[in-house]
Design a protein around this ligand. Structure first.
Ligand code: FA5
Ligand code: MG
Length: 430
């Protein structure tokens, strides 16, 4: 048992989120928004990684130059090349890709249940202002998700959106009342089979008027919360048929009450979405003070993992034909047949951490060197000596999904990790 699973039972959500400033965040339930406002120390700028350099990407017809997004001249910029290269991929717009297939299946559900009531948006730029990403949805100034440790900043006022909720306010201001927004989102995060620094979300938003809830005799918030749960349970049944699921109460700055839906998958509960009844202040900003609304944010990779039985989130980025050829437009009944399970290779690394050390920074160094050859990074030991120095030992699991790795290759990766961790993270190797 790792020390994390002990913590998962000992700590509340908020205290697990607090630990993120010490690099101990690792659970899906501790993901950025479902945590209370907590301070995370600013990070020294880390240098760019060695990665194939892409000079420009096309985001839905707009060319974005690398130099505008990966910048050495701005101390706030923390976007590595590995992330920049993902900006134009738009997996959600590929009809034969599992992410595109699941998006279309969700569209079908909304069409069949609410005929033409929801507008869809799927090419809004992932490069947004901090106002859109945070302020407009009431994320407090000291919330952990705003830190350079959790979010990719282009400059102090521009980020790669870390959720599709970044578009709620502008769409409301433009007059839209029921909509679905799908897009790629970006987060500095831990490394394991269900977390990846780029993933896809679908935001749903639905505004109600007094006549909607008056008839029901229910209070507006209860009416919206019940409608929301009914909508999402219906969606889960549409996608999965009979599946074991449960609602968990949570916290988001932009909704009250707030919930997460978890689905039982591979002998564990997997969080697939966050949702809730929209805070009145958000509606008021758009002149909707007499209305009530619900909103949700679905994790499309997580839903696709359950639907197609995909065991590792890295697979979505594979262009290996043995993966891509298994999926077809509109084919929902497919179960992914793993084409290989190449052997993993475990390497441990121990060091004395410094004040500023965080696990996300460590994971980013590892990913910058090993890319998708790293399957998991986990803390397997931690202690503080009499002098007050804290040591961490991490186990890095290297495994390719496409071939066997040689000892030489893995030793080389590990040696680069050791060098860079020392150089960039101000830690002392043991
Ligand atoms: C949000 O991002 C909220 N914006 C969702 C929301 C919208 C709540 C509207 C209320 C109203 P959260 O950080 O929990 O919440 O992420 C939502 C979902 O994204 C998660 O349930 C999970 O399915 C998925 N997710 C989060 N982090 C990752 C990751 N690193 N890799 C893959 N999927 C992830
Ligand atoms: Mg969450």
């Amino acid at each position: 048992m790792t020390i994390f699973s002990v913590q998962s039972t000992l700590f509340t959500r908020a205290s697990v989120a607090l630990l993120s400033s010490n690099g101990l965040k690792r659970f899906s339930f501790a993901s950025s928004f479902s945590s209370a406002a907590l301070y995370s120390p600013p990070l020294p700028k880390t240098k760019k990684r060695r990665f194939p350099i892409v000079s420009a990407v096309d985001i839905g017809g707009v060319t974005v130059a690398r130099n505008d997004v990966v910048r050495d001249d701005d101390p706030t910029n923390n976007v590595p090349d590995s992330i920049f290269s993902k900006l134009g991929m738009q997996l959600h717009r590929r009809d034969k890709h599992p992410i595109g297939i699941i998006k279309n299946a969700i569209y079908d559900y909304f069409e069949s249940t609410y005929a033409k009531k929801f507008e869809t948006f799927e090419d809004l730029s992932p490069i947004v202002t901090t106002k859109q990403n945070f302020d407009d949805v009431l994320v407090p100034a000291d919330h952990v998700s705003r830190s350079l440790n959790d979010t990719y900043y282009v400059d102090s006022q521009t980020v790669l959106r870390c959720h599709t909720s970044a578009h709620q306010a502008e769409l409301l201001r433009e007059g839209h009342r029921r909509f679905l927004v799908t897009g790629d989102v970006y987060r500095r995060d831990s490394i394991d089979s269900t977390h990846y620094p780029v993933f896809h979300q679908m935001e749903g938003f639905c505004v109600f008027s007094p006549e909607d809830w008056n008839e029901s005799g229910k209070d507006s918030t209860l009416y919206a919360a019940e409608d929301l749960k009914k909508c999402l349970e219906g969606l889960a049944r549409h996608l999965f048929g009979a599946v074991e699921m449960r609602w968990v109460d949570t916290y988001f700055p932009f909704t009250e009450p707030s919930f997460e839906l978890e689905i039982y998958f591979k002998e564990d509960w997997l969080e697939v979405l966050g949702c809730g009844v929209t805070e009145q202040r958000i509606l008021k900003q758009s002149g909707l003070e007499n209305n009530v609304a619900w909103a949700f944010g679905l994790g499309l990779e997580r839903l696709a993992m359950v639907l197609f039985d995909i065991p590792d989130i890295r697979l979505f980025w594979s262009d290996d034909e043995r993966f891509t050829s298994q999926f077809g437009k509109g084919e929902l009944g497919v179960k992914f047949k793993p084409f290989s399970k190449y052997p993993p290779c475990y390497k441990d690394i121990s060091f004395w951490i410094s004040e500023s050390f965080t696990e996300n920074n460590f994971c980013e160094v590892v990913r910058g060197i090993a890319g998708d050859l790293v399957e998991e990074v986990k803390l397997i030991d931690s202690f503080t000596n009499k002098k007050g120095m804290t040591s961490h030992c991490y186990r890095i699991v290297f495994r390719s999904m496409e071939r066997s790795l040689t000892d030489e290759e893995v030793n080389d990766l590990q040696s680069k990790v050791r060098d860079e961790v020392q150089r960039k993270l101000n830690v002392e190797l043991r």
